[in-house]
Design a protein around this ligand. Structure first.
Ligand SMILES: [Zn+2]
Length: 210
């Protein structure tokens, strides 16, 4: 990430995984995170591990153009996250440099609100200001896609949502029955967007129950 060394970026990724774990967003070894390193390559967390215990040396260096592993994690038993292709799609389509993947309950329940539609609408919340480009008077559309047996099989739906003009102002995609992908121009914006979107999901779900 610009202005940060490779090690600082790796340490911040691990710090955010610990913070997200404590919020219940990456529990049960689910979820994940990535960010571009100073060389423009993608630092990617491993799959199937307790995310709050990931160390800087556990991150893979991935070529963002083709998804190939440029440098594996120090531990040869680790495998890169299945989010690889989806994270690269968000980085390529939206000029993001960091993406997080949440398995939060609030993102699953927010997806339920779409019913048969391909999106949910969020409105009348001050916290909308925390999403880049929005005011608290905007109605914000977040795309909702359908879950698949394997994570990488979501990639076509993710790419279609990223190209859809209705969702040009969205920095998140909800995966029905699964979770959400949330991104930003750098790790700090991804952190802010993750915090704001989870609040927006929780508030919208709670209001729908009234
Ligand atoms: Zn997942």
């Amino acid at each position: 990430m610009a202005g940060m060394s490779d090690l600082q970026t790796r340490e911040l990724l691990c710090e955010l995984l610990r913070a997200f774990y404590l919020r219940g967003w990456v529990s049960g070894t689910g979820g994940g995170i990535c960010a571009l390193d100073p060389d423009g390559n993608m630092l990617l967390a491993p799959t199937g591990v307790h995310k709050e215990r990931v160390q800087p040396a556990d991150l893979f260096v991935i070529d963002p153009r083709d998804g190939s592993v440029l440098r594996p994690a120090a531990d040869a038993n680790l495998r890169p996250s299945e989010c690889n292709a989806i994270f690269r799609a968000a980085i390529g389509e939206r000029d993001a440099s960091s993406v997080m993947h949440s398995h939060a309950l609030s993102s699953v329940l927010a997806g339920d609100l779409a019913v048969d539609a391909d999106h949910i609408a969020i409105r009348d919340l001050e916290m909308l200001k925390g999403i880049r480009g929005l005011t608290n008077r905007d109605t914000h559309l977040v795309p909702v896609i359908t879950n698949t047996p394997r994570e990488y099989e979501l990639t076509d739906q993710v790419e279609a949502a990223l190209k859809d003009d209705r969702f040009a102002g969205a920095y998140a995609i909800i995966v029905r029955d699964h979770g959400a992908y949330i991104w930003g121009s750098d790790l700090w914006e991804t952190k802010r967007h993750a915090e704001v979107y989870h609040f927006l999901f929780e508030a919208t779900v709670a209001r729908a129950r009234r």
